[in-house]
Design a protein around this ligand. Sequence first.
Ligand code: PHE
Length: 347
Amino acid sequence: MESKHIISTLSDIASRCEFELTRLSDEPQIRALQASFLGAKGEIAQLQKLLREIPAEARKEVGAAFNGAKQRITEACAKAIEAKRGLEEERYLHSRLDPTLPGRAPTGVGHLHPLSIVMYDIVDVFVSMGFDVATGPEIETDYYNFAALNFPADHPARDMQDTLFVKEGETLLRTHTSPVQIRTMLRRPLPIQIVAPGAVYRRDDDATHSPMFVQIEGLLVDQGISFADLKGVLETFIHIVFGRDVKLRFRPSFFPFTEPSAEVDIQCISCKGDGCRLCSHTGWIEVLGSGMVDPNVLEGVGVDAERYTGFAFGVGVDRIAMLRYEGISSIRLFYENDPRFLSCFRR
Ligand code: PHE
C-alpha cells in the first residue's frame, strides 16, 4: 500500500471513530469503542504491520500520521466521556435536587378529628376547674341508662322508636352519657367531681341530628352544693369557650334525673340574637342540659340525699363544634370522614 493511501485511511479511521462516538450513550460503551480502534487487533494495529514495507524516506511522515490518528481517537474518546459525565451530573441534579423549587408540604400526616379537638378543649376547661375524667361503656343496660336515672317504666325514650337496642330487654346503645353518673357514684367515694366524654346513640338522622353523636357529662356531688354552684361552673365554661361577651340564659326544663332542671342557651353567635337560620329564628341556641341531681337518683345508689346534694350537666359536643367552626351545614359532615373536610381542621 502506498504511504499516501495509508495516511488517508488513518484519517478515515479517526473520523469514523469520531462519528460512532456521537451515537454512544454511556462511558463503558465509549471505552469499548476506544479499545476496538486502538487495541492489538484493531484496524490501526493491522495497518501498522504494513509500515515495514514503506520506503525509509516516507516512514517518518507515515509514522507521524499513525500517531496523529491515535491521538485524535484518544482525545475524542476522552472528550466524549467528559461530556457524558457532565450530562449525567446535570440530569442527577435536575431529577433529585433542585434547590430553587419551593418546598412540598408533607401529605398524609394524621391529625385530630374536629370533634376530638373540641372535646379535648371542653374537657380541659373542666379539668382546670378541678373535674376528673371518667368513662363508661357505649353498650349499656336498661338499669344504668334509664332505671337508675329515674326514668319511669313507660318513658318514651325507652321505646324502640327512640333507642337503639343491641338485645331487646337486655342491652342497648347508651342514649346519653348520664349512665356514667350512676357508674361513678357506685364506684367512687364522695365527694365526686367528674366529666365523662363519649359517643352516644339515638334513632335520629337529619341535618342537625346524627344517629351517633358526642356528649360530655358533668357531675358534682358534695355537701352544700346549690344551683348557684351549677350556674357559676356553667357560666364560666360558656365564657371560656365562646368569649366573655356572649349572652346565655338558663331556661327551665325537665329531665327525669334532675330537679330542678334547666337547659342553657347561648345567644346566636351568627345573628347576635336577631334570628337567622342557624338559630331557627329564635335568636338562641341550646348547648346543654343540666340540673340538680334528683334525690331519687342519689338514694338509688346509696348516697344520703339529706346530707349530700349535687348538680349534673350534659354538653352536646357536636353543637359546640358547629358553633365554633361557623359554616358547617350539617352535623353529618363530622361522621362521613371525607378527608377534604377533615383536613380543614389540621392544626
Ligand atoms: N342526659 C341529658 C340528655 O342527653 C342531658 C343532661 C345531663 C341533663 C345531665 C341534665 C343533667 O339530654
